[in-house]
Design a protein around this ligand. Structure first.
Ligand code: IMP
Length: 429
């Protein structure tokens, strides 16, 4: 039986929340494996809208959910999000939520450092979510992190705190900030420890046992391949690997557990934050895409940059992300355009390129080569089968498949879960 990993094939915000929600109904467990509360996953269930940042999307419908070791966890954000969802009627208990006890924590000074750096960077800023994600991953890799399991040993933290404060106090001094107040930090951790620990365990054991029992595992990626710290538009990226390979390492399962990789992509392109974006439209068409697509960030409320579908980028994402099939979302946003353009290649200093180069200056300089297709004026909103789609919309989807060299498995035609066209069932593979 296949497990499924859902990853973003663009710069995040592709509509993963809805697709994960759609698949979660048939999964036995949903696992987040990277990122933190920088993610913004919106789920629409009937009249209710749920906005998740850290919790796996399965939690809303009661599917057991796991925060894997690859995630960086802000304990206070966790509590706030659980309280918000509980107030919306979602039951979250240690039976439905498990947190890897080897997750690295995001601490208050990580958040401060994220903002201090962004503010000091002027035009070179990355445009992070300012949630401390990058600084927390740096401490993890620097072997200074405080982890979930440390919350059960707060009296034995001295050596770790020495390493952590030596590093951060030097950085803070550079920004004119006072040193970390160790006692206050330990007190804050004492105040939240029991809350987090009720959910904590070595989740790799549970996941491996579920796998051995033939249960279906759904891996829920955050952000997108173009924000991957290796394969994305470096340095304008997030601090984790967002590709499907991380689903294994970030949850404690081997790579063969991953199964079908479903890449989510919008029928056009958006980006929040800074960095190269070859097909960006800073004109009326871009405005129109933003208006029709309600393109504002779930986490930060920032306006998203919009542009035409870039087949070169998604083809690259499909290759490095190991994508088996695509879920194409928000096709209805393109309803009513006379013409639709697709980027099929680039030119760089007069040379033709069929891939996105690695160097930031080249990424900023490439000029898209477009192919123009006739649009459609019928509505695709709410379509649930191919028969409901206008011929031109089907042609557009088929052309995308051809250009990205990857088949479409699902088409999403509204935020509503049931407004989905199933072409190939990822769990059946
Ligand atoms: P960070 O992850 O907060 O460090 O931000 C780094 C970059 O990733 C910025 O460009 C953010 O806008 C972007 N980013 C982080 N999380 C998301 C997400 O869930 N959706 C879209 N962009 C994101």
């Amino acid at each position: 039986m296949a497990n499924v990993a859902v990853i973003g094939a663009q710069w995040g915000d592709e509509g993963k929340g809805k697709i994960v929600d759609w698949l979660a109904e048939r999964a036995d467990v949903v696992v987040r494996f990277q990122g933190g509360h920088n993610a913004g996953h919106t789920l629409v269930v009937g009249e209710k809208v749920y906005k998740l940042s850290l919790l796996p999307s399965g939690i809303v419908r009661g599917t057991p959910s796991v925060i894997g070791n690859g995630v960086v966890l802000d304990p206070w954000a966790l509590k706030a999000e659980i309280e918000k969802l509980t107030a919306q009627g979602v039951a979250i208990t240690p039976d439905t939520l498990m947190i890897a006890d080897n997750c690295a924590l995001i601490l208050p000074f990580h958040r401060d450092l994220d903002s201090l750096r962004e503010d000091a960077s002027g035009a070179g800023k990355i445009g992070t979510t300012r949630r401390g994600i990058g600084p927390a991953y740096e401490d993890k890799v620097g072997r200074r992190a405080i982890r979930v399991c440390d919350l059960a040993h707060l009296d034995a933290l001295d050596a770790q705190l020495d390493r952590l404060t030596a590093h951060h106090d030097a950085l803070r001094a550079g920004f004119g900030e006072p040193p970390i107040d160790r006692e206050a930090l330990v007190e804050e951790l004492r105040g939240i420890a029991a809350y987090v620990l009720q959910f904590a365990k070595p989740v790799w054991r549970d996941l491996n046992a579920l796998r051995a029992a033939g249960k279906r595992i759904l891996f829920e990626g955050a952000q997108g391949v173009l924000l991957d710290v290796d394969h994305g538009t470096y340095p304008f990226v997030t601090s984790s690997n967002t590709i499907s390979g991380t689903a294994a390492g970030g949850s404690g399962l081997g790579p063969s557990a991953v199964g079908f990789v479903l890449g989510i992509t919008k029928a056009y392109t958006t980006r929040v934050g800074s960095g190269p974006f070859p097909t960006e439209l800073e004109d009326e068409t871009g405005e129109r895409l933003g208006q029709r697509g309600h393109e504002f960030g779930t986490v930060t409320g920032r306006k998203r940059r919009c542009g035409w579908f870039d087949a070169v980028l998604v083809r690259q994402s499909a290759a490095v992300g190991g994508i088996t099939g695509i879920a194409l979302t928000k096709i209805d946003v393109l309803d009513g355009f006379d013409e639709i353009r697709i980027c099929t290649g680039y030119t760089l200093d007069g040379e033709t390129l069929d891939y996105f180069p690695s160097h930031a200056a080249d990424q900023a300089k490439v000029v898209p080569v477009y192919e123009t297709m006739k649009g459609w004026h019928e509505s695709t909103a709410g379509a649930r089968s191919w028969a409901d789609l206008p011929g031109q919309a089907i042609k557009y989807i088929r052309r995308i498949e051809e250009l990205i060299r990857c088949p479409v498995a699902l088409v999403s035609t509204s935020p509503e879960r049931e407004d989905t066209i199933l072409v190939r069932d990822p769990f059946a593979d």
